[in-house]
Write a protein that binds this ligand. Sequence first.
Ligand SMILES: *Cc1c(COP(=O)(O)O)cnc(C)c1O
Length: 227
Amino acid sequence: MPTITQRLRQIRVQISNAELAYNRQPGSVLLLAVSKTKPPEAIADAYQAGQRHFGENYLQEALKKQQELGAYAITWHFIGPIQSNKTKALATHFAWVHSVDSLKIAKRLSEQRPAHLPPLNICLQVNISDEPSKSGIGLAELPQLREQVAKLPNLKLRGVMAIPAPQQDFEHQRQPYRALYQAVAKLGQTELDTFSFGMTGDLKAAIAEGSTIVRIGTALFGERDYG
Ligand SMILES: *Cc1c(COP(=O)(O)O)cnc(C)c1O
């Protein structure tokens, strides 16, 4: 079994290679290490190897790890489904929230962001494969929600996030990302600078289509055990 340090190095090479292959600026794709279900020790290992951005899906689990890793200068991203009663903790304990899919949630995050912290970085989650069970807004809702969220004072709207239906084929992997990229381009000149897409299975396709944050769990920490 390769160590987390070795895996991290491998993923960084994959990202650089994809940036090069698809005419992306070197260093323009941020690696977000998705540590859900993994112990604080795994996060500490990745941190020692230079990783600073970590993504979590479950609030209680994340808060516990944040406490245990309080001495580390980690930038925490929340990427899981959001319930209204969790917004205060999210606004208090994270630097980024990628999974905003309603004005109601966005308003609460803005109202509850503590005054001493910089604006909370936000991505709007778009349900790009139109899967009925998945969270996220439809593409058609993007222009209006973007305009409304951009006005909220304690948020910094950064971009969009997507989790498309898994595809094996490279060209099929690229399609939903391309559609989302084009939808954002069609909004014209905006504040948006972030495309949060690409996971272990489709990192290269995502970078080919403009990803600026890839969210990688399995390739870095190994398979998750939900037992
Ligand atoms: C779990 C998860 C990931 C990481 O997925 P891998 O396939 O393990 O890389 C990325 N994004 C979100 C939203 C996730 O829930």
